[in-house]
Design a binder for this molecule. Structure first.
Ligand SMILES: C[S@@+](CC[C@H](N)C(=O)[O-])C[C@H]1O[C@@H](n2cnc3c(N)ncnc32)[C@H](O)[C@@H]1O
Length: 238
């Protein structure tokens, strides 16, 4: 009996130690993501909580081999931070017009129209226009070695993209219906099984949500739409 109690206590202790270690690991990785946010905050417009979720999602998929692609990089802060956690041993592709967002269409919804008309709002960011050199600077800060910035409209650059091999992490951050659809149509099939597709604007803009629904239902896809703790939408490639 004494021996049995001893064994139970021992296994309980091991269990507790494991829970404690997992907690420490989790706390450390959030701390690292917070530090990355501080490092790149002038290079991204993504709020801190969502930024941290993006880092966590990508870290959880860092074992998947393949390229990292972001469509809609603005100043490149998000993909640069991702590069710091998923490593240098892969290629990074940064697609953007570097001329800001295209004009809102009916399908993007009233809120998008109002946003684009309100040029004086602090969240307007000159219609999300950024110089390409900022994105390059951010990637250099991350010490990324293999990266390209591809300037132009997705509808023109993506069909002739030269992405080598499969994509492990695809981040879509182009806001509107057509921008999101262009990315899905051109890149979705390049994502490797087990890879992740993060869709930044799914909860923000009607057009983005419509594009995701239209794309998946056109293919009669059974893909689930997941949401992280702080509301980041993603798909996992089957
Ligand atoms: C919200 S910003 C991206 C934010 C960025 N990921 C960050 O970390 O802050 C949207 C970007 O998408 C780009 N964009 C949107 N639609 C596009 C399209 N159809 N072709 C090229 N670039 C586009 C804009 O130029 C803009 O830089």
């Amino acid at each position: 009996m004494k021996e049995q109690i001893k064994n139970i206590l021992k296994s309980f202790n091991i269990e507790l130690r494991k829970v404690y270690q997992d907690e420490i690991r989790q706390r450390d990785s959030i701390k690292e993501a917070q530090n990355l946010y501080q490092k790149y905050r002038n290079y991204t417009m993504i709020p801190e909580r969502e930024f941290i979720d993006n880092i966590e999602l990508c870290r959880n998929h860092s074992h998947i081999e393949g390229a990292v692609v972001e469509c809609g990089v603005w100043r490149g802060g998000m993909i640069a931070a991702v590069a710091e956690v998923v490593g240098n041993n892969r290629s990074y592709y940064l697609f953007d017009s570097f001329e800001g967002l295209p004009e809102v269409k009916e399908i993007d919804g009233e809120a998008a129209k109002a946003w684009q008309n309100n040029k004086n709002s602090p969240g307007y960011y000159d219609n999300c226009k950024a110089e390409e050199m900022y994105a390059r600077q951010a990637m250099q800060l991350a010490k990324a070695e293999q990266f390209v910035t591809v300037k132009g409209w997705f509808s023109e650059t993506l069909p002739k993209n030269n992405i080598a091999g499969k994509i492990a992490i695809l981040r879509l951050d182009g806001d509107w219906y057509e921008s999101t659809m262009d990315c899905l149509e051109n890149l979705y099939d390049k994502v490797i099984t087990g890879g992740i597709i993060i869709i930044d604007d799914y909860y923000m803009w009607d057009g983005c949500a419509r594009a995701v629904h239209d794309f998946l239902s056109k293919r009669k896809s059974s893909e689930r739409i997941y949401t992280s703790k702080n509301g980041v939408c993603y798909l996992l490639k089957k």
